[in-house]
Design a protein around this ligand. Sequence first.
Ligand code: GTP
Ligand code: MG
Length: 345
Amino acid sequence: EDTHTDTLRTPIVAVLGHVDHGKTSLLDEIRGSAVSEAEAGAITQHIGATDIPLDTISRMAGELVIPDDFDLPGLLFIDTPGHHSFSTLRARGGALADIAVLVVDVNDGFQPQTEEAIDILRRTGTPFVVAANKIDTTPGWNPQEGEPIQRSMEAQSERAMSMLNENLYEIIGQLSDAGFSADLYWRVQDFQKNIGVVPVSAITAEGVPDLLAVLMGLSQRFMKEEMAIDVNGPGEGTVLEVKDERGFGATVDTVVYDGVIENGDEIVVGGQEEPIVTEVRALLQPRPLAEIRTEKQFEKVASVGAAAGVKIAAPDLDDAMAGAPVRVVRDKPLDDAIAEVKAEL
Ligand code: GTP
Ligand code: MG
């Protein structure tokens, strides 16, 4: 039987933005994890991937996400570094994305890597929403743990609201200067024409229900309208990191963005010198809600369908490269798969 046919492919949501604006913290809030705290200087240095299942999204979003309204299995979030020296990783994360969240510190507004992220999204034509993060740092803020933003705003003083609104309209103005018409998300009708701004806090989770609801709505529309993807075809992916794994040697942490990869598949992976042709020995999947960068208890699975993060164990991967393509050969001629990998390097 086939488990990949009845649902839409899991959308890939890239999280982009300036250093320290709270990308990893937002994902930590959604995952119930503390990845950001474990990072040296809270600086993200690699691309991450986390699968968030629909039931988690609907639990966090409460009445804002009704699971029956969606045939998406969940969302695959891609965390990216905001530090200026990692522009290659930001571009790579942006290129993988179906949709994106641009995280902006509501007090700091647009910063250099916010602009850089906007350029990536414009270049790739990726629909996105803005998470105006750290609203809890507004002077006099009265935190409403985990509440939708409207309810949280009702609990604020006039003074706190006017400071927050001033910051939010600053960001809306900066988006407009960058050529995007934008508004607070509850005033936006068509999220592909206008950028929705969602006020959130990664620490108090206020507005996180709204952010998840907007992302689900945007993905559902986008996946139905734009994506004609063969979810059962030979898998295609991108290497995030090459890592030694006990008992397996060199492995590649990979985002599979199309098709299916199966244990035993012949694959071609971009290498330092030339494409590596090898055979999958094990597919190691992170648990749902786990960040592939920090996961230690991978589960051995027989196949993985897009979109997903998976650690691929196979012989001869020592020379594989971060950012390199991965192609399952299956029914196509090996030479074609090799040519595809070469063309992408
Ligand atoms: P890079 O990956 O290095 O680009 O940073 P990042 O965008 O992932 O930022 P990170 O999530 O690591 O957060 C940076 C700092 O801001 C941490 O100390 C967080 O605790 C803090 N922070 C993040 N979001 C919030 C928020 O909503 N409110 C408050 N008060 N602090 C936050
Ligand atoms: Mg980070």
